[in-house]
Design a protein around this ligand. Structure first.
Ligand code: FPP
Length: 243
């Protein structure tokens, strides 16, 4: 890591969310404010992602899921799409080198069939390493859409039923057909960049997530900002529809 590791703040043990999900919004505006191309915002955003992932690991978060590229993001100019995919490529290569030593698992959520052969090979590699590492699980959503994920789950279930398998459906069983199969739902969902919407992110899994919105643009988000989000989350009472 090239950045100076921030000293973890002492949160009460029960206050740390097991699973944090983040919509990393505001890269473009961050760049524009500095007279830089949008791509520079994404490059800065990728660094912020590394810092935040490292910090999450240091404070004991078990799962971190980030929205890196949505199914709608293909509509952006080609140079921007290519740059985001290049940043992901770079991150995957780094992960292959370091995840075993750092004790981190990595999963890509989304339709990887649209990605290059090279990137799919890298993902195959990180999947394989993840099967033998433990530690924090990082999920990076790439070519991901929440509705598409639910439809995919329905299709997987229907195919199993058609072959005579597939048990009677419960919410818990249906969760097993999602990319996040076997993982707890996000406790805390953070969106930076000032917008207050889900934008097709983790529609199934976020049913009871606590939402935290901040005007910070993603490249400006840092460890202290995450501490504030966690403190806010820790002060809430989660009732899951009860009283
Ligand atoms: C939203 O900001 C951000 C994205 C669509 C891309 C997020 C990608 C990264 C942080 C880099 C790659 C990630 C990894 C995991 C290496 P925006 O461009 O919509 O910002 P704006 O609303 O200010 O225009």
């Amino acid at each position: 890591m090239t950045f100076k590791r921030a000293r973890p703040v002492r949160h009460e043990p029960g206050d740390i969310p097991r699973h944090i999900a983040i919509i990393m919004d505001g890269n473009g505006r961050w760049a524009k404010k500095r007279g830089l191309p949008r791509t520079a915002g994404h490059a800065a955003g990728a660094e912020t992602f590394r810092r935040i992932a490292t910090y999450c690991k240091d404070i004991g978060v078990e799962y971190l899921t980030v929205y890196a590229f949505s199914t709608e993001n293909w509509k952006r100019p080609a140079d921007e799409v290519n740059l985001i995919l290049d940043l992901l490529d770079k991150y995957l290569r780094e992960a292959i080198e370091k995840m075993e030593r750092d004790d981190v698992r990595l999963r890509i959520f989304g339709d990887t069939s649209a990605l290059s052969d090279r990137m799919r090979a890298l993902i195959g590699n990180t999947d394989e390493i993840s099967r033998r590492t433990g530690g924090m699980q990082v999920n990076v959503c790439v070519n991901y859409g929440g509705r598409a994920e639910i439809m995919r789950a329905a299709a997987l279930y229907a195919a199993e039923r058609a072959e005579g398998g597939g048990e009677e459906l419960t919410e818990e069983r249906f969760s097993g057909y999602m990319f996040s199969s076997g993982m707890p739902d996000p406790d805390l969902l953070i969106r930076t960049g000032g917008e207050k919407r889900l934008s097709n992110f983790l529609l199934w899994q976020a049913a009871y997530s606590e939402m935290y919105f901040t005007d910070d643009l993603w490249p400006d988000f840092n460890e202290r900002a995450l501490d504030r989000a966690i403190a806010d989350y820790a002060g809430r009472s989660r009732r899951y529809g009860g009283v």
